[in-house]
Design a protein around this ligand. Structure first.
Ligand code: CP
Ligand code: NVA
Length: 310
């Protein structure tokens, strides 16, 4: 199986089949067991991984750098303003140069077309660490966490509140591929990206689940197995106060969480804003799975690296 992954970019889960996603999750579970037992797993000894982050990050940066160290490789972290990119060097030149030194590039940026351009000019794999469009590394950790808590993914119902942006989009892609029902609660006038919605519609039909957008928070939450919150104001948005107002009725608190199944888990990609998309009692409460979810970022990213790095 590794042969079918080696050298491949990881730009969006739309490029991966349900079977391939299963393989990544299996490798992640194995790496998690090895890590817990302190068993060495230096599958990438001597390799070098570049990391370019154009937006803030805590989880993605540290989980990748820790994971790369566990795998026996070295990471180099840079922000574009410290690179010649800031002085006008084109992406296509930057990409070809990094490709001569490093075995992969992990990149967090704005447009999906930016990661696609790096991928076009690099022979070695490019891994998307978040764009405006998608956050595929997050969705892998989400799937792993859901399976750990619920024993399965297919047939469950996930309710999502928050910005219809990268995290929402990757969850729509992942849910539609893995047969999980997803209800997205959004105020009138807000909707996910069209290309993602079309992908989700087509694949949910194929894989026997539904991806539903509703204004009705109760409809989204009723009988949900997983309640997922994300910020109302993703990185890059300037209209923060307007968004907080528009989304004000879409908070996960003790009352709204009680509309879901009694054994529902609460998830959040983090960073979270207490008093906005969720309350302190929910994120700190007994249904919260957020710290395991954050830990699983590292295991799933290690799996992607172990599979795709040549
Ligand atoms: N969830 C996530 O990607 O967190 P960071 O922005 O801290 O990396
Ligand atoms: N949607 C959020 C996710 C952060 C991990 C953002 O883009 O800011």
């Amino acid at each position: 199986m590794r042969a079918s992954f080696r050298g491949r970019d990881f730009l969006t889960l739309m490029d991966y089949s349900p079977k391939e996603i299963e393989v990544i999750l299996e490798v992640a579970a194995d790496l998690k067991r090895k890590w817990a037992r302190r068993e060495p797993h230096e599958y990438l000894r001597g390799r070098t991984i570049a990391m370019i982050f154009e937006k803030h990050s805590t989880r993605t940066r540290f989980s990748f750098q820790a994971g790369i160290a566990h795998l026996g490789a070295q990471s180099f972290y840079a922000t574009p303003e410290t690179m010649q990119l800031a002085r006008g060097e084109p992406i296509k030149d930057t990409a070809r140069v990094i490709d001569r030194y490093c075995d992969a590039l992990v990149i967090r940026t704005y447009g999906q077309e930016i990661v696609e351009e790096y991928a076009r000019y690099m022979r070695n794999p490019v891994i998307n660490a978040l764009t405006d469009l998608v956050h595929p590394c997050q969705a892998l950790a989400d799937l792993m966490t859901i399976r750990e808590y619920k024993g399965r993914i297919r047939g469950l119902k996930l309710a999502y509140v928050g910005d219809p942006w990268n995290v929402c989009h990757s969850l729509m892609v992942a849910s539609s591929l893995m047969g999980m029902n997803m209800y997205i609660a959004l105020p009138r006038g807000w909707s996910p990206n069209k290309r993602i919605s079309e992908f989700a519609e087509e694949n949910s039909e194929r894989h026997g689940c539904e991806i539903v957008v509703t204004e009705d928070l109760r409809e989204a939450l009723e009988s949900a197995d997983v309640v997922y919150a994300n910020t109302f104001h993703s990185m890059g948005h300037k209209d923060i106060e307007e968004r907080k107002k528009a989304f004000a009725g879409y908070q996960i608190n003790s009352e709204t969480l009680s509309w879901a199944k009694p054994d529902a888990i609460f998830m959040h990609c983090l960073p979270g804003y207490r008093g906005e998309e969720m309350t302190d009692e929910v994120i700190e409460g007994p249904q919260s799975a957020v710290w395991d979810q954050a830990e699983n970022r590292m295991h799933t990213e290690k799996a992607v690296l172990a599979l795709v790095v040549p």
